[in-house]
Design a protein around this ligand. Sequence first.
Ligand SMILES: N[C@H](CCC[C@H](N)C(=O)O)C(=O)O
Length: 280
Amino acid sequence: MDIEFPVPFAKMSGTGNDFIVIDHRRLLVPEDKQSDFVRRVCRRMFSVGADGVIFIEGSEKADFSWRFYNGDGSIAEMCGNGARCAARFAFARGIAERKMSFETLAGIIEAEVLNDSGDVSLLMTAPFDYRSGLEAELDGEATEISFMNSGVPHAVIFKDEGAEIAVKKWGHAIRFHEQFAPAGTNVNFVQSLNDGTVRVRTYERGVEDETMACGTGAVASAIFAANRGLVVSPVTVITSGGEKLTIVFDLNQDGTAENVYLQGPARIIYIGQLTAESLE
Ligand SMILES: N[C@H](CCC[C@H](N)C(=O)O)C(=O)O
């Protein structure tokens, strides 16, 4: 089967992490063509351009399910900013009510569209695989790394406020570091602003560059910052694009977190139709 053009879509932004969202309850892009389709439509300047593509599909267990692709055509288990966009899209299209649940490869996500300006709250899957005291050498300097899976894998590095951070160079080195092979990891650089907020800059696996925000990265960074006594829930995260995310959680004695919520905007930028030329 070929791709059925035109493919209707919404271009959406979750704090600058941008996505092409497609109502795929009716098959339009065959599964064996989806990865190549994603790579082509995510090219900035040559096509729509986005950090990823979200296919909304049916579900027996929840209001809907999704298939999330990074811009390089790789599938990821979860995406915090994308999940807010999926929830906003589903509510706007009458696929779900304001309070909804949907299936991801990381598990069921509960979401609520909080208001008509598109703020969305997500109950995240419980983070796991916490590791601290890891190390890597960056520009000859031994660097401490913390790690957890907050839906997808995240390495977290704390830097002093005002420090120069080579996000792409260092992020690439850690994303492909052998200690995180074969799955790799996203890489977050966290700076405490000493006012109860943190700034997080993220190199994203599957985008292979710094994105303007990373929801699951903000979650991992906020939890490790709380473990260091730098912040307490609710944590405001300032993202690379300057927009804010709020992370709410209960911190356990052992440093793990539960009842983790990610709250932030999910904007519908425009509605469009992809033509065959969008893949050329
Ligand atoms: N690039 C990530 C998936 C998207 C995560 C990010 N965009 C978010 O908002 O959580 C990965 O492959 O693990």
